[in-house]
Write a protein that binds this ligand. Structure first.
Ligand code: NDP
Length: 437
């Protein structure tokens, strides 16, 4: 903790993981001897760099860029880039740390990394975003490669930004490498990548429901956020017979007891980069049943059977968890990375809520990125159905892996511990086999 003070998010993520893998170290004293823990918490490499760019008024702006290459024991670094004003070393480190276990859980051979910048794309013109992305890639270029490190999108980095980043990489290297996943379909992205994290979240939850003799049919669902993960989680839940009654952005949430209409959210968020409150403009006085409520975290006061926090870290605190429990929520699956505080997690688990943590529940995105890498290196394009069925199989497999690990170590139905242990063992064994490096 001392070494990483002023990194609260990293300490939060590391505390949760390290506490839950203690039983693994008890069972495997050889890990302790090999200094595995000390090596595991230390990133292999941290790159911090200047990103200068010129805005539309001709003024020079400077942001800070990051790439953390955390662990490459099981494969090349893989993890998204986040562009948001809140980005700092602690946030990128926590995301990279979680990514190691998430990638391991997918069953594919990909290591953990993460990056981004404190650049805020909101309110910037396309030209400003392009100039920023070109400058960012001019430096990042030195550290990535198809067999070294393959970044992707995250908050604030969608297909537009990935396109600009890839264009610059291609220009500098003169090689059409698979060095970024999640780009445009015309130049290498896999079908289903856009939907993958949200759909995957629903597939793993569907498996948890199925194991309990239940399904999405007739369930009421609350989804926070209205970005990439939220939209496709809501879409798939509705396809399986659930009703999504609320979605949010950082300004507040919309609620409609009759169900939110996802095509309108897609238009507002994916095409117009607008605000969630604009949803009300799609209805006239007679058809309007939705309302907009300011204050995004109040969304957890709504009664639902299933909660999908899909916005950002620590968006769901102890009070929100208590409210959800008193409203009888049965399942909570994390679409975002670490959306629940440690207190919220404890409250939900104690109350017997089936709680699927982000590193397992939102792994569908990175798993599909790995499928994209496989398609690109073999110069093949699989159909939507083929990728979707592989994604579903991966998510079902993750559920059973974490369930099994939890049982094996005596923590039945504790999927936080199950995920951490199942993800860690593969990485630990690879690190052991490769010696002290
Ligand atoms: P986007 O940028 O597409 O969307 C983020 C959404 O969350 C926006 O609607 C944003 O609203 C909203 N938001 C941000 N802060 C809050 C808040 N405090 N309360 C309510 N809403 C908020 O990001 P993604 O959907 O890609 O990512 C969301 C989360 O999922 C992140 O934690 C990310 O790391 C994680 N994730 C994403 C994956 C992916 O494939 N995209 C893969 C795995 C994890 P506003 O526009 O107002 O900022």
């Amino acid at each position: 903790k001392k070494k990483n003070e002023n990194q609260p998010e990293f300490i939060q993520a590391a505390t949760e993981i390290l506490e839950s893998i203690e039983p693994v170290f008890e069972k495997h004293p050889e890990y302790q001897k090999a200094g595995l823990l000390e090596r595991y918490v230390e990133p292999e490499r941290i790159v911090v760099f200047r990103v200068p760019w010129i805005d539309d008024e001709g003024k020079v702006r400077v942001n800070r860029g990051y790439r953390i290459q955390f662990n490459s024991a099981i494969g090349p670094y893989k993890g998204g880039l986040r562009f948001h004003e809140s980005v700092n070393l602690s946030i990128i480190k926590f995301l990279g740390f979680e990514q190691i276990l998430k990638n391991s859980l997918t069953g594919m051979n990909i290591g953990g990394g993460k990056g981004g910048s404190d650049f805020n794309p909101k309110g910037k013109s396309d030209n400003e975003i392009m100039r920023f992305c070109q400058s960012f890639m001019t430096e990042l270029y030195n550290y990535i490669g198809p067999d070294t490190d393959v970044p992707a999108g995250d908050i604030g980095v969608g297909s537009r930004e990935v396109g600009f980043l890839f264009g610059q990489y291609n220009r500098i290297s003169n090689e059409h490498h698979c060095v970024l996943t999640g780009s445009g379909l015309e130049y290498g992205s896999s079908l289903v990548r856009t939907e993958a994290t949200g759909y995957g979240l629903v597939y793993i939850t569907e498996e948890a429901l199925k194991q309990r003799g239940d399904s999405f049919k007739g369930k009421t669902v609350v989804v926070s956020g209205s970005g990439n993960v939220a939209i496709y989680a809501a879409e798939k839940a509705i396809m399986l017979g659930a009703k999504v009654i609320a979605m949010s952005d950082s300004s507040g949430y919309i609620y409609d007891e009759n169900g939110i209409q996802i095509p309108f959210i897609k238009e507002i968020k994916e095409i117009n980069y607008g605000r969630i409150s604009e949803y009300l403009d799609y209805f006239d006085d007679e058809t309007l049943t939705a309302e907009f409520v300011e204050g995004s975290n109040h969304i957890w006061n709504l009664k639902c059977d299933i909660a999908f926090p899909c916005a950002t870290q620590n968006e769901l605190d102890g009070d929100s968890a208590r409210k959800l429990v008193s409203n009888n929520v049965k399942y909570l699956s994390e679409g975002a990375n670490m959306p629940c505080t440690l207190e919220a997690t404890e409250i939900l688990q104690k109350a017997g809520v089936v709680y699927l943590p982000g590193k397992a529940a939102n792994a569908g995105g990175v798993a599909t990125s790995a499928l994209e890498m496989a398609q690109r290196s073999s110069k093949l394009c699989w159909s939507f159905e083929e990728v979707d069925s592989r994604l579903k199989a991966i998510m079902v497999n993750i559920y059973h892996c974490i369930d099994q690990a939890a049982k094996e170590y005596g923590f039945e139905e504790n999927y936080v511990i199950g995920s951490n242990i199942a993800g860690f063992i593969k990485v630990a064994n690879a690190m052991m086999a490769q010696g002290v490096v």
